[in-house]
Design a protein. Structure first.
Length: 140
């Protein structure tokens, strides 16, 4: 094969790959997540006993109209995040942590995660604590 033909073939292939990449990037637009609610949609109030209560959001305020709804084909709106936030409000142990966390979660340290996997592989699993809480201030 002639060196010029080889260069042209390489250039053509490169051009096709770049063209395909650029044309396909338009198929996957970046989604704007600013419309979706976060934990600030959960109201934290004090009950009559002084304890904090997490009140789930009103789903009607989170309702987003369907982007696919037309006059001839109406589609229902969707309250994105409503079920997730309602479940979180029901399950959170200390609702005040949603407002002012006392110990923010910084993630799992890689060393402890790696040692857990190693113990699992070596069948040297550390049994779970018999108590229901590891808190120094809480009960069993």
């Amino acid at each position: 094969m002639d060196p010029e033909d080889s260069i042209m073939k390489t250039f053509s292939t490169l051009f096709c790959v770049i063209s395909a990449t650029l044309s396909l990037t338009g198929c996957f637009p970046h989604r704007d997540m600013s419309q979706f609610p976060d934990t600030s949609a959960i109201n934290v109030t004090r009950g009559s006993d002084g304890k904090y209560i997490a009140v789930p959001p009103d789903c009607s305020t989170l309702m987003q109209p369907s982007e696919y709804s037309t006059v001839t084909d109406p589609r229902p709106g969707i309250a994105f995040g409503c079920a997730t936030l309602t479940n979180l409000a029901a399950q959170v142990a200390n609702p005040q942590d949603l407002v002012t966390p006392t110990h923010p979660y910084i993630g799992q340290h890689a060393d402890t995660a790696g040692s857990a996997v190693t113990r699992y592989r070596l069948d040297k699993i550390i049994p779970l604590n018999k108590t229901t809480s590891t808190s120094k201030t809480g009960g069993n």
